[in-house]
Design a protein. Structure first.
Lengths: 460, 532
């Protein structure tokens, strides 16, 4: 990709680092500045920056990934020196002397290449064990395959035990009445969730944790809780006769309980090539995980797609910093997405980004009725969908409360009570119809992006 | 959302049963029509327990509902759209910088951003308006700039959020008058102030009409707004305010009347002053001699005219000197130089060694600032040894008087020459350093460069650690905002980094250059020509 000051600064772990990095992007801060090229032409940068200590900090950056290393003691990553070095290069590449990397840079590059080679070797071996290549040692491969099969069977057994327990727990709750749920301590949900994690059914665990917050969520909570419990029950019933389900739906059940599909397996599948518009991005964080949800919309395929990125929670104290900053809402690319197997495919990974393209005009739903019909259709095929992509070409945010958006026919979608950025939404729309993208949960819309006279505006 | 009625009953029955518990309230679903009614029989199975059956029914009924929902229709009229704005928004680069400022990077440059936007007649981008309006809500100083750059969108938004009401007023005298009559607190004060600038007569009449009902605490604020567009037409009202019960109101009114040369109060003060000092000629050297007739105690008529009768307790200032200073301070200083056809500088020097020097100088300082007399400002500045008095005299400091009363190019030139000539001009309490801090104007290219040269000398050759430089942090902070963008290069490079004291200076200079680089970016983003 082509790096700009904005995309470099988006790598900063917090605003303070961004500012410090910007202040270090000055020639006089650096005693040496050098650049060389990797085999595929990406610049590798290095520099020595005089800090408060006796010895200058030695900073290096490989812009292909990008990857950084700095001798400073900062625990932030990338540190301000790395950002400053990269930023200075983007702003004034002429300040960098082209030469062969000095030893301290070459060593780092060498260790990285070595690690990459080891990783590739490991992956190749794993692929051979899957029977995709010619195994070097058939006996060894057979052994590996056997071990994998044993592990898989063991997991099935544990999941089955875990969900049997969950089934009993759900039925107890229904027998005693949901009114008792409101008085249960938070730990009773957490205990059940933890047992499901032990039983290697993290998907089910997540659903139980989500239910824990419902009794305190205000009016209509019994309906919402029963709806969640019923859907979870459906997942359990589905698993109990998974062999009789259509393959796509069976995949949904397994994904819902927590089986994952390895990235490598997905990448081998055929993808969907289109002009993909990046229509929204949302960052969520709980005490375990930060999740970046990036939403795409295909120009010809006329469908939404969701790509998830994960990072451990707490590593970076910033709610706004994206995990992968290279997907910028309001931009589009020609490329290929591979969808996870599902009865209503939505989640995907990006297989290839061929080139940036102009924003595809005219994408999205014509009105609220079309959006609701499309999401209902997906719901009917796949009952465990949690958030639907809704892109309305012309929607008018209303100025009254409770907040809504309306289309030209007067049909409305209420906005989520948790949506905080209503004033910015109104400011951008100015009371006129604007393109709007959001997540629709069946009851309320959480706007993520609105388009105004100056292009896409991300909402919080 | 609307639901098909017969099927909906199944969901309601499931919720009721689940809420109470199937042990106490087993699911008794009504017979229902439609697909769900038909499915119901298959969902409730004899081999399953009541709880399982309920969950199974709920799963089907929930999905059935979700999929069958139709969107609601609004009963309200659509919002009235914001009127079109002919002015363009700022460049994307300028918008990006504004968002960075609003996220906390160089917050102090928001005013600079808005000033540039106003100068180039471009709008704040719509998505940044709520944050800009919030800042201006907390800091009234920026409001006129926000009104100038917010466009129709800011007013449209402000109509929906009462915190932003300030963005609407300023539209028309009628709107301001309405705000004055129906608004509260600060909004009224601001409306009056703005109306005063558009239609001074109308503003005063509004104030007179409601005067009797106004809260005594607010009256002094309201009277002070008459400083804008002050004219003789305000005199009768201000004269009446001299008899107000509140001291603050009386003082404000007197302070304004003094500034009206043809007012009765100004004439009374001039009379008093003329009785106190006269000009003679000294026998020796033909020097002008100021003869002072010490005033009696301030009488009630003087007190009514705003003279405060007693100095601050314990200041050691005599009552007669105190009254003398105030009376002179209420008379344009040009009175003396014109009436006696004498250069202000000569008069200032005539006060040297005078028995009443401090009272005379304090009076002149007060008057020079009050009447913005450039010639007197220069004369006082040039004769610092005579023209400085202690704060207890109640006069503004010399640096303040000079930078407020002398024309900007005169201030700029004087400061520049003095920095050039004096090693220590930027150090500590030197009057140049103090004047630079107090002067709100942007510095010329030449002045900025002289300051840079001097600072580099301090940070290097002088070998004084930054921590020993009293007041330097404040001066650098002022530099960052006041130096001409055209001279930024003089600050960005060429610091004496080899000096053994440099490490103590480095972080403060980094802060300075960081702000300056951002200012350069701002000017580039607005395609602004640096001032020549």
């Amino acid at each position: 990709m082509t790096w700009t000051a904005e995309t470099v600064l988006a790598l900063a772990p917090d605003p303070a680092s961004a500012k410090a990095g910007r202040d270090l992007a000055v020639r006089r801060k650096w005693t040496t500045l050098g650049v060389s090229r990797t085999a595929d032409g990406a610049p590798v940068l290095w520099g020595a920056c005089q800090g408060s200590g006796k010895d200058p900090y030695l900073t290096r950056a490989d812009t292909s990934e990008p990857a950084f290393k700095c001798s400073c003691p900062s625990r932030k990553f990338p540190c301000k020196h790395s950002l400053g070095l990269f930023l200075l290069f983007v702003q004034s590449p002429g300040e960098f002397t082209t030469s062969a990397p000095p030893d301290w840079v070459a060593e780092w590059l060498g260790s990285r290449t070595e690690r990459a080679a080891k990783r590739a070797e490991r992956e190749a071996r794993a692929a051979d064990a899957d029977g995709d290549g010619t195994p070097a040692d058939p006996a060894q491969a057979e052994k590996v395959a056997k071990q994998a099969a044993v592990r898989a069977a063991e997991r099935e057994r544990r999941v089955a035990a875990g969900i049997a327990e969950l089934d009993l727990w759900l039925r107890d709750l229904v027998r005693q009445g949901l009114s008792t749920a409101a008085t249960r301590p938070a730990s009773s949900w957490e205990t059940m969730a933890a047992r499901l994690v032990d039983a290697q059914a993290p998907g089910a665990a997540r659903l139980v944790r989500q239910m824990a917050t419902i009794p305190a969520s205000g009016d209509g909570w019994p309906e919402r809780l029963l709806d969640r419990m019923a859907r979870l029950h459906l997942l359990l019933e589905g698993y109990s006769r998974i062999d009789s389900l259509p393959p796509d739906l069976a995949a949904d059940v397994r994904a819902g309980l927590g089986w994952t599909t390895p990235q490598e397996t997905l990448l081998e599948r055929e993808g969907v090539r289109d002009h993909w518009a990046i229509v929204g991005r949302r960052l969520t964080e709980d005490d375990r995980l930060r999740v970046q949800r990036t939403w795409f919309w295909g120009k010809e395929t006329r469908r939404g797609a969701l790509v998830l990125h994960f990072a451990p929670a707490g590593a970076v104290r910033s709610e706004t910093k994206p995990i992968d900053p290279t997907f910028v809402p309001g931009t589009a690319f020609d490329g290929t997405l591979v969808f996870f197997q599902s009865a209503a495919p939505l989640r995907a990974i990006v297989k290839e980004r061929t080139s940036a393209v102009d924003w595809p005009l005219g994408i999205g739903y014509a009105d609220v009725s079309e959006a609701v019909a499309a999401t209902a259709n997906a719901d009917a095929r796949m009952p465990w969908l949690e958030g639907h992509p809704v892109f309305l070409r012309d929607s008018t945010p209303t100025t009254l409360r409770p907040a809504q958006v309306r289309d030209a026919t007067g049909r409305v979608m209420p906005l989520s009570a948790r949506f905080r950025d209503r004033w910015r939404l109104l400011a951008v729309s100015g009371g006129a119809p604007v393109p709007l993208f959001g997540e629709w949960d069946g009851e309320a819309l959480t706007p993520l992006t609105v388009w105004g006279e100056n292009g896409a505006v991300s909402l919080a | 959302m609307t639901h098909p009625t017969p099927d909906f009953a199944i969901w309601s029955a499931a919720v009721n049963s689940a809420l109470l518990g199937t042990d106490r309230a087993p699911l008794a679903a009504p017979t229902a029509d439609g697909a769900l009614g038909t499915a119901y029989a298959a969902l409730v199975r004899a081999e399953s327990d009541a709880a399982t059956n309920l969950l199974r029914v709920a799963a089907a009924a929930g999905a059935y509902q979700r999929c069958g929902r139709t969107p609601g229709r609004s009963q309200e009229a659509p919002p009235s759209p914001c009127p079109h704005d002919d002015r363009p928004t700022c460049t994307p680069a300028a918008g990006a910088l504004l968002r960075r400022i609003l996220q906390g990077e160089h917050e102090s440059l928001l005013q600079t951003w808005l000033t540039l936007a106003a100068r180039h007649d471009v709008r704040v981008p719509a998505d940044a308006l709520p944050a800009v309006l919030d800042v201006a809500n907390k800091g009234p100083k920026l409001r006129h700039l926000v009104r100038a750059t917010g466009g129709t969108r800011a007013r449209w938004l402000a109509a929906l959020n009462e915190n932003w009401a300030f963005a609407i007023s300023g539209d028309s005298p009628e709107a301001l008058a309405t705000t004055w009559e129906t608004g509260t607190g600060m909004a009224r004060h601001e409306a009056l102030q703005l109306l005063r600038q558009l239609d001074p007569e109308r503003a005063r009449m509004l104030l007179e009409t409601s005067w009797a009902q106004e809260d005594p605490d607010s009256r002094a604020f309201f009277v002070a707004t008459l400083a804008f567009g002050l004219s003789l037409a305000d005199e009768p009202f201000l004269e009446r305010a001299l008899d107000d019960r509140r001291k603050e109101v009386r003082q404000q009114a007197a302070g304004l009347l003094v500034r009206l040369p043809s007012s009765a109060l100004a004439a009374r003060m001039l009379d008093r002053a003329r009785q106190l000092i006269t000009l003679g000629t000294s026998a020796i050297l033909q020097r002008p001699r100021i003869d002072v007739t010490p005033p009696a105690e301030a009488d009630t008529s003087m007190i009514r005219d705003g003279v405060s009768p007693t100095p601050t307790a314990g200041s050691g200032v005599g009552e007669k000197s105190w009254v003398l200073a105030q009376v002179i301070g209420a008379v344009p200083p040009s009175t003396w130089s014109a009436a006696w056809s004498i250069d202000p500088a000569k008069l200032v020097r005539a006060a040297d060694g005078h028995e009443w020097r401090e009272a005379l100088v304090a009076g002149w300082l007060i008057a020079t600032e009050r009447f913005h007399d450039a010639a007197w400002a220069q004369a006082l500045w040039d004769n610092e040894a005579v023209a400085r008095v202690e704060p207890k005299w109640g006069a503004p400091p010399l640096e303040h008087v000079f930078t407020r009363a002398a024309p900007p190019d005169v201030v700029d030139g004087a400061l520049r020459r003095e920095i050039d000539a004096r090693q220590d001009a930027l150090r500590g309490a030197h009057r140049v350093a103090v004047a630079l801090l107090r002067w709100p104007n942007e510095w010329s290219d030449a002045l900025s460069r002289v300051v840079a040269k001097r600072l580099k000398q301090h940070a290097g050759g002088d070998r004084v650690p930054f921590t020993s430089e009293f007041g330097m942090r404040a001066l650098l902070e002022r530099c960052a905002h006041a130096v001409s963008v055209s001279a930024a290069d003089a600050f960005l490079d060429g610091w004496p980094e080899q000096s053994d004291v440099w490490s103590t200076w480095a972080s403060a200079i980094d802060t300075l250059t960081s702000v300056l680089r951002f200012r350069l970016d701002l000017h580039l983003a607005f395609n602004d020509e640096p001032p020549a």
